[in-house]
Ligand binder design. Structure first.
Ligand code: SAM
Length: 165
């Protein structure tokens, strides 16, 4: 997925399942990695809301704010009834405190130093973080930077979780 790639919300699910055959297993592993029932949740790269939908099924009391740089993707996520923010994760994050910041298949768009900086900013205002993505070797480094652990790995996919309390 190149940095400039733009997803079409109409074809997103079909495309991502073709590109990431274990997409649904990754989503399930990300939800399983959430360390406690979260109330205030910030999702980075919410896209059409696939992760937010699963999170709300598992934790109906959660209040999710979804951030994404694509207005078209956010328009679809808004149908879930969640708060949305048109913003880039490289820029200052919406004000916390958050119980959980979660990002699924979105931080791979950032270079290594961008991921490290993002984790530093997340830690300043969240009680926990869950990152699920491909590039599993890079995610092992992300786990170190986050002071967390890899909770799930399959081929090139991995989930990292950290708790800060
Ligand atoms: C592959 S989709 C994943 C969407 C959703 N998390 C899921 O699992 O279905 C990646 C999303 O991240 C968004 N994105 C990519 N780079 C971003 C950035 N720098 N800041 C905010 N959103 C970004 C894209 O617009 C896209 O909606």
């Amino acid at each position: 997925m190149a940095a400039e790639f733009h997803w079409n919300p109409e074809t997103y699910l079909e495309q991502i399942r073709a590109e990431v055959p274990s997409f649904d297993a990754l989503q399930a592993a990300a939800i399983d990695a959430i360390p406690f029932p979260p109330e205030r949740v910030l999702e980075l790269g919410v896209g059409t809301g696939e992760t937010a939908r699963r999170l709300l099924e598992a934790y109906p009391e959660a209040e999710v704010t979804g951030l994404d740089s694509s207005p078209e993707m956010l328009f679809r996520a808004r149908e879930l009834g969640i708060e949305t923010r048109l913003a880039r994760m490289e820029d200052p994050l919406p004000d916390g405190p958050w119980d959980l910041v979660i990002a699924v298949l979105s931080v791979n768009e950032l270079p290594a130093d961008g991921k490290r900086d993002l984790l530093r900013r997340v830690r300043e205002q969240s009680r926990a973080v869950v990152i699920a993505d491909h590039e599993a070797d890079e995610l092992a480094r992300v786990a170190d930077w986050a002071d967390g652990e890899v909770t799930w790995r399959q081929d090139d996919l991995a989930v990292v979780a950290a708790r800060y309390e």
